[in-house]
Design a protein around this ligand. Structure first.
Ligand SMILES: Nc1ncnc2c1ncn2[C@@H]1O[C@H](COP(=O)(O)OP(=O)(O)O)[C@@H](O)[C@H]1O
Ligand SMILES: [Mg+2]
Length: 185
């Protein structure tokens, strides 16, 4: 399996628009960054992403403990129609939760406890993705190749109480998802 090269084009100036969907990426760029000052801001971005997801997409959530990875996934699942009484927690021990919502099959994984790429391979997530499942993977960045590559990377950061997010894409599906978030249909 080949890993798609990650392009790391960055805007020379930080985006100033208050909504990511209004922040235009640099022409040809596949990276954008903004602050997430409130839970509402995170939910709005997550909702935009949820509306743009297509079968077979891979979204990797990165960032330290408490950065908001599970919060982001929970908001996306709610936006897709998951009932509020269905709990969404990090699958830290089971590694993967399968959630069918509407016509979509979402696999929510948390690879924090994984230390060997073989542990990811046996989960067969790439094959399920090829079958149309959408993967939302916390702590998935070290295992992008085992997940099939071609991802949208959502990097959440927390520094001195300030939360930020950086989105970047690798491969054609990741890039198409990135573009759909910026230019919703
Ligand atoms: N702007 C924000 N975006 C996301 N989470 C936030 C924000 N502000 C506060 N929080 C809180 O931060 C915590 C993030 O926890 P969680 O999503 O479990 O982190 P992770 O999965 O990255 O370890 C939640 O309790 C959430 O309510
Ligand atoms: Mg988590």
């Amino acid at each position: 399996m080949t890993r798609h090269p990650r392009r790391a084009l960055r805007s020379p100036t930080p985006p100033s628009a208050s909504s990511l969907s209004r922040a235009q990426p640099q022409e040809g760029g596949t990276t954008t960054e903004r602050g997430l000052p409130t839970r509402k801001a995170t939910k709005e971005l997550s909702r935009d992403l949820a509306g743009a997801l297509a079968p077979g997409d891979l979204v990797i959530l990165a960032g330290p403990l408490g950065a908001g990875k599970t919060f982001f996934v929970r908001a996306a699942l709610r936006a897709l129609g998951l009932a509020s009484n269905e709990r969404v927690t990090s699958p830290t021990f089971s590694l993967v939760h399968e959630i069918d919502v509407g016509a979509r099959r979402i696999l929510h994984a948390d690879l924090y406890r994984v230390s060997d790429p073989d542990e990811v391979r046996v989960l067969d997530l790439e094959a399920q993705r090829e079958g149309g499942a959408i993967l939302l993977v916390e702590w998935g960045a070290p295992y992008e190749a085992e997940l099939g590559g071609d991802a949208l990377l959502v990097e959440l950061s927390l520094s001195g109480g300030a939360r930020r997010v950086k989105l970047s894409a690798s491969g054609p599906k990741g890039r198409a998802l990135f573009d759909r978030i910026h230019r919703p249909a």
